[in-house]
Design a protein around this ligand. Sequence first.
Ligand SMILES: Cc1ncc(COP(=O)(O)O)c(C=O)c1O
Length: 391
Amino acid sequence: MLDLRAEFAAIEEEVRAAIEEVLASQQFILGPQNSAFEQELAQYCGRRFGIGVASGTDALMLALRACGVSGADEVIVPAFTFVATAGAVSALGARPVFADSHADTLNIDPESVESRITPRTKAIVAVHLYGLGANLESLLELAVHHNLALIEDNAQSLGGTYLGRKLGSFGEVAATSFYPSKNLGAFGDGGMVVTDSEPLTARLKKLRNHGQSGRYVSSEPGWNSRLDELQAAVLRVKLRHLDAWIAARRKHAARYTERFASFAGVRTPAAPAGYEHSYYLYTLRISSNGPKAGAANMASRCDRVAHHLSERGIASSVFYPVPLHLQPLYAALGGKPGDLPVAERAAHEVLSLPLYPTMTAEQIDRVADAVIEALQSQTGVTRSPGTTKSR
Ligand SMILES: Cc1ncc(COP(=O)(O)O)c(C=O)c1O
């Protein structure tokens, strides 16, 4: 799905120099690299403050906690996301309430959110999936109207924009992940919360460091969740390249889309008006098309494309095959098939293709050729001469 070695080769000298600097300083925790990176990433996201933490999951959990989420609260999250989004809510003893996705973007659907707001609702988590922003305007309206915190889960969409503003600059706080495969990936785990609020920043700095308000004085329960200096140093180097990498992702995505645009029943990822996609993932939606429609048929159609790619040594992946309301982890919450039809359908339709900045046009074409071969060999998914765009 990606080739981190190629990315490393392009920046190796810069990275080694940055690591050497940390080694020479022998300062590994909460030092100058972290502070500088906190400022740089906050600025990148159009925010005043950044708080470096140990992972994207911790960033979410600490952000929720700083916004006041605790035991009896409900937090509305999309069902179609990585489990960490809801896991961070559960880790605080609060209850995730799953909302459906919007059929066009697969991001959380504000109408579904609105129908799930109760007196116990404390926050909404807007996940920006695959590199594309959620419908922030409607979600912000709901949050303001119902006095809820809006938290952005920006683990997948650093560098994407909405109405000309960077994702991560809308909610009260935004959490991001530096998991190695992300658009901005560390050499291990890492995460950050960004915000404009001084009080929230102070609270988050306390929470990530054992609840300490002063040296060896703890005023509330906290965690050990800090971004270490080595990771911060690496990430500072990579941040300098991020915009160029995202531009390359967009170029590659456009090449894929050009190849797939005229297949009926195949939707290519596209940013609606007002959004810029950062293409963390290039995800096709291969839907039912014709009389054989049905969940099993859809699943197997997607599977068959994946199988065809795999036979040719090409990776592909399904993010995510089981929506969260149907995960065994959340069985006690009573979710059943049919509850969230858009999310459930998406889980059967999505297939992500290899995409990373250093990919060559030849590599893109090789993947595209194999996908097209697979589609053409299947009944029901055919080239439709009249269609130039899939949406
Ligand atoms: C949407 C989303 N939220 C949260 C996370 C958690 O981030 P991390 O793996 O850094 O804990 C991820 C990571 O894959 C993610 O994709």
